[in-house]
Design a protein. Structure first.
Ligand code: NAD
Length: 275
């Protein structure tokens, strides 16, 4: 069985490692150490955001890692309050990261009440054109928000990063995005520790059958259903656990049973309400 991280080809021809490491709620002062640990474990895809306040720590870890820039995949995101000056906000992120390009730049939330996400997207199109973001995408976009971008702008987003785990699969927006060639990134892939996914019988039974942990089974479910994921953990042991998912596969019936956990509950805010 292939034991390297699979990659997905995005609609712009660039590839993205399907398994990465996310740094939401990683303290700025701890970020360099934690991301350095993640890189030592083997992660090469990092997901941060301006609002996390830890881009500099991510950049410091990259700078001291000795890993070629070309082997890394780095995503950051434009915060809502900066949708009106996305070009400056992007420059600030790049500077904090200490990089001359990012692999993926996302609009973090549509914040539709502010009425600026279409203009922000046009700025991201310019950033992509300049080569300083290889790919551009969105996050927390509902079908209506995607429809507006498709109707009013040139570039189809490469990804939509949305809250998604087995109990909240977001079928409607996911199916729409995939039809339009937009890849799905799943945030909160483990239920953020808020939803008791690991206690679900079908997860526990599959874990037992494969001699893996429930978290590994849930990450495998994401990979096999085509989602891009970057689970977060501050602990090196769990980082390693979450990365050790490449030497087994769930059966079709296990995947189907886990997909049956849909409960349609959101952990985060509704995309129409987060400003
Ligand atoms: P997650 O589902 O990855 O959950 C992280 C939590 O799960 C950890 O804090 C820990 O408590 C627990 N955990 C991790 N590994 C475990 C293991 N092996 N066993 C038991 N428990 C374990 O949630 P997340 O961090 O919110 O999401 C992942 C990433 O997605 C973030 O770090 C961030 O990069 C991104 N994200 C994006 C948005 C957005 O609006 N675009 C929002 C939230 C998160």
């Amino acid at each position: 069985m292939k034991t390297s991280v699979p990659s997905i080809t995005l609609n712009d021809g660039h590839t993205i490692p399907q398994l990465g490491f996310g740094v939401f709620k990683v303290e700025p002062t701890e970020t360099k150490r934690i991301v350095s640990d993640a890189l030592r474990v083997g992660y090469r895809h990092l997901d941060t955001a301006a609002i996390y306040g830890n881009e500099q720590g991510v950049g410091d870890a990259i700078a001291t890692s000795g890993i070629d820039r070309g082997e890394l995949y780095v995503t950051t995101k434009l915060w809502n309050a900066r949708q009106g000056d996305a070009l400056d906000a992007f420059d600030e992120s790049l500077e904090k990261l200490g990089l001359d390009y990012v692999d993926l730049y996302l609009i973090h939330w549509p914040a539709p009440a502010n009425g600026r996400f279409v203009d922000a997207w046009k700025s991201l199109e310019k950033i992509r054109e300049s080569g300083r973001a290889r790919s551009i995408g969105v996050s927390n976009f509902e079908e209506a928000h995607l429809q507006r971008l498709l109707a009013e702008t040139e570039v189809v987003p490469a990804v939509n990063q949305i809250e998604l785990h087995p109990a909240h699969q977001q079928q409607k927006v996911t199916e729409f995005a995939r039809r339009k060639g937009i890849a799905i990134e799943a945030w909160g892939p483990l239920g953020q520790g808020k939803y008791p996914l690991f206690e679900e019988t079908v997860v526990a039974v599959a874990a037992e059958a494969h001699d893996k942990t429930p978290a590994q089974v849930v990450i495998r479910w994401h990979l096999q259903t085509g989602n891009i994921v970057f689970p977060k953990s501050n602990s090196r042991e769990r980082m390693a656990e979450n990365f050790d998912v490449l030497d087994f596969a769930l059966s079709d019936s296990e995947v189907a049973a886990i997909s049956g956990l849909e409960r349609s509950g959101r952990m985060g805010g509704h995309p129409n309400d987060v400003n």
